[in-house]
Design a protein around this ligand. Structure first.
Ligand code: HEM
Length: 405
């Protein structure tokens, strides 16, 4: 050993020192790279979790991209009928619930051969009453532009015989309209352009500093029973409590707040509801008061109008989070038919009569049953009896018409 030590020359000593320095440097480089990569991975997974939770402060590196939909099978503006939503259930008891279900992303927006009617009604109201029906708060401007961009991407893929994607926007092949969505300023409020593209009313809910969701933009043109100006700027809670939505506090408030906080970009939810209206105006039900008046209430409606004036109004609402702005887009598509037409469908009069009778006092008051219930139920009972007399097999109902149809 001594012999060996005595043989280490100064040259050898400096080589060893150099080797140790190089080895140490390499180790430091590897350590730093490993540490940083871990930090990035950790921050990335935090961002993904944030995005999943829908948190506005999400650091998500790449925003979620809503899938490009398949074309709606054989869709035609002449022949594709409105989907037959009959979203009411047999009694004995009506339960207030959120009633949400997931749907595939491609089912986001539903168009059908009622498009011309809806489009004309909207165009008329946009021309004559724009400021009452359309508003975008500056805080929601980016979200409104994002909603428009999402529609421009989605519609030509889903409804290629109605819409064509253009370098600067979208063309409606049926109406001949061209919408330029890249020019600035835009020709009109982005929510107004969105309104012209679909049959739905549209609203944007934006998270506030307090974590609640506020109505910050809307094009509400065919709502029937409520007005944008009464609800603008309100959090979800006030939107519903000012309308005296039955059992909101006990049955809906907490679940809805959680739903909005947790909604992820990749999810699309729907819910359906139904009302009876005792006049035939899709846009606004005059029976509950003048659209521009002070008093809007079922108390003003005429009692016991003939059943020919009874209309079935059902909304199919969708909810999804916009990936960039993180606002929640709420769409409200109304399906509107005379009760006398609906009652010709197998099983429908029996089930509707049972549903209307199943409402508790609070729900009955909210839906105005006192004004039409007697006339409606007597009529539906008669139509139901006719179907039974013609041999309707009640045991087959679930096979023929499952909820919400
Ligand atoms: C999870 C989402 C939601 C649930 C579960 C929900 C639930 C309800 C329910 C149960 C009603 C009573 C009528 C019906 O049966 O539909 C109602 C009414 C209403 N909802 Fe919602 N809602 C939701 C989201 C929204 C959003 C985002 C808006 C924003 C515009 C909104 C605006 C309204 C309005 C304006 C009414 C009528 C209130 C009135 O009569 O004054 N809802 N909602």
């Amino acid at each position: 050993m001594a012999l060996f030590a005595s043989r280490i020359t100064p040259v050898m000593q400096s080589s060893v020192a150099l080797y140790l320095v190089v080895a140490f440097s390499v180790a430091v480089v590897y350590f730093v790279r490993y540490f940083c990569a871990g930090a990035v991975a950790r921050s990335r997974s935090t961002a993904v979790r944030g995005a999943k939770a829908g948190s506005k402060g999400s650091l998500s590196l790449e925003p979620y991209v809503y899938p490009v939909p398949e074309a709606y099978p054989d869709w035609s503006i002449e022949t594709t009928k409105p989907l037959p939503y009959r979203a009411f259930r047999y009694g004995p008891k009506y339960h207030v619930t959120m009633g949400l279900r997931t749907v595939s992303p491609e089912a986001w927006i539903e168009l059908d051969n009622d498009f011309p009617k809806f489009h004309a009604k909207k165009a008329d109201r946009l021309a004559n009453r724009l400021e009452k029906h359309v508003y975008t708060d500056p805080i929601a401007w980016d979200a409104a532009i994002e909603l428009l961009d999402e529609l421009v991407r989605y519609l030509p893929q889903r409804y290629p015989t109605l819409y064509r994607r253009m370098p600067v926007g979208i063309d409606n092949l049926w109406s001949g309209e061209s919408f330029n969505v890249v020019q600035r300023p835009l020709a009109e409020d982005p929510m107004a352009i969105c309104a012209r593209l679909v049959q739905d009313d549209l609203a944007l809910m934006v998270e506030g500093e307090d974590g609640r969701y506020y109505l910050r933009a809307g094009s509400i043109l065919l709502a029937g029973f409520w007005r944008l100006q009464d609800k603008l700027g309100m959090p979800l809670e006030d939107i519903h409590t000012t309308g005296e939505v039955p059992q909101y506090r006990e049955k809906l408030h907490r679940g809805m707040a959680n739903f909005f906080t947790r909604l992820r970009c990749g999810q699309t939810y729907c819910r359906n509801n139904y009302f009876i209206q005792v006049d035939d105006d899709l846009a606004w039900s005059e029976s509950i008061g003048c659209e521009d008046g002070d008093l809007v209430s079922w108390s003003t409606a005429e009692k016991d109008r003939a059943v020919e004036h009874h209309w079935f109004r059902s909304e199919r609402q969708s909810l999804r989070r916009l990936p960039k702005s993180k606002a929640v887009a709420f769409t409200i598509r109304t399906y509107f038919h005379p009760v006398t037409e609906l009652a010709q469908e197998d099983y429908v009069p029996g089930r509707l009569a049972s549903a209307v009778r199943s409402w508790g006092d609070d729900v009955a008051k909210y839906k105005g049953r006192e004004k039409y219930g007697r006339v409606l139920c007597e009529y539906l009972d008669r139509e139901h009896q006719k179907q039974l007399d013609q041999g309707l097999d009640m045991s087959k109902e679930d096979e023929v018409r499952a909820y919400p149809f």
